[in-house]
Design a protein. Structure first.
Length: 128
């Protein structure tokens, strides 16, 4: 019985997978079965870490804002600043506040001082 050459479809599928894994080391870039396992693992990790990255950046921004606010003297904290920003209905998210804290501390001090003054004035007059 003569040998039948298989078609090109399976080979094309494997080369596509190999292109994905071309940067992997050792058998992870050469053997088809381990390539598919590593591909699944890589995609799962990238999906998980995209969510984790958002979480980590938010934590970083909060830490930066808190450090600069506490540095400013007056017993004022991050949580009070955010609470007062919401009360004043100022649309400054944590990313923008962190950038202001790094690039221009005085600007952040001015924002927090203005908010403190206005909140204290409203509380002392009884307008809430």
């Amino acid at each position: 019985m003569t040998r039948i050459r298989r078609g090109y479809i399976a080979r094309r599928r494997r080369t596509k997978i190999r292109l994905f894994a071309s940067s992997f080391r050792g058998a992870h870039s050469r053997l088809t079965r381990t390539i598919t396992q590593q591909k699944i693992r890589a995609l799962v990790s990238s999906h998980r870490d995209r969510d984790r990255q958002k979480r980590n950046f938010r934590r970083l921004w909060i830490t930066r804002i808190n450090a600069v606010i506490r540095e400013g003297g007056v017993s004022y904290s991050y949580s009070r600043l955010i609470h007062d920003l919401y009360k004043k209905q100022l649309l400054l998210n944590r990313k923008i506040l962190a950038q202001i804290a790094i690039s221009n501390k005085n600007c952040l001090y001015m924002i927090s001082n203005e908010i403190i003054k206005e909140v204290d004035c409203k509380e002392s007059t009884g307008i809430i």
